[in-house]
Design a protein around this ligand. Sequence first.
Ligand code: BDR
Ligand code: CA
Length: 311
Amino acid sequence: RRKIIIDTDPGQDDAAAIMLAFGSPDELEVLGLCAVAGNVPLSFTSRNLRIVCELCGRSDTKVYEGALKPLNRPQVTAEHVHGRTGLDGAELPEPTMAAQAQNAIDFIIETLRREPAGTVTLCTLGPLTNIATAFARAPDIAGRAKELVMMGGGFFEGGNITPAAEFNIYVDPDAAKAVFASGIPIVMMPLDVTHQLLTTKARVAKIAAIGTRPAQVLVEWLAFFERFDIEKYGSDGGPLHDPSVIAYLLKPELFSGRDCNVEIETGSELTVGMTVVDWWRVSGRQPNAKVMRHVDADGFFDLLTERVARL
Ligand code: BDR
Ligand code: CA
């Protein structure tokens, strides 16, 4: 079983990713869920994590609260996509479980120091503020993680919050820059992959047919979440970004890409948060990430449906 920490800003697609992880207990051990400010402020991302845990009958999972704001920039949120709470779309009770007293950043540092080197995978589904802060405070831990699998960035596909930048990187580009420079092995799921993962009517119908409460709630969340992108892209369904990270841990053969150098733009006003991916290896800079570009989308949705059915 692979030990994972999920650092996230739920978000309906973050919630889907956590459901995929909870539905895969034979392969994945979730050491903790870390909330970061992103789609909505931290108070909501923490609350939403606990809602997902209780919905899935996993209130024994430890939830930690991390950074309130990006490292050096004003906060940017995405209520226009995810709704006021970040998990709009389904009627659910407020959570009764509490977050841990320990801060997420301390939890990440302590866990990477405690567990044997090379055994813990960091999964990031939001801005990289918690991870960059942990690496800055404890420079030894980047070398102790197995790898970091992130949803973030975009290259040939462009950006989704500005023409150049994807949301997770845009919100805290300084954090992203530090993580890409840290030496940790990185697998990157950019928009180029996630824009292939469309919640089409046929795919969502299969999730609805599961008939359980978690599946029903997921369908309601997806209906809310995709409305914004359906209008924006004119597609059948919206891109389901964050579960790509967990799917990669379960079935890496669904994805293909290559080792590239990735640098983060932090200076330019026009392109801040852009992931400059050297796909054609023209820069001479050393690769620092495995950048994915293609995915077997039907295989991905079959996996998601199968695992959500186990909740
Ligand atoms: C990313 O931004 C968020 O809105 C989603 O949850 C996802 O992590 C996609 O750009
Ligand atoms: Ca997210």
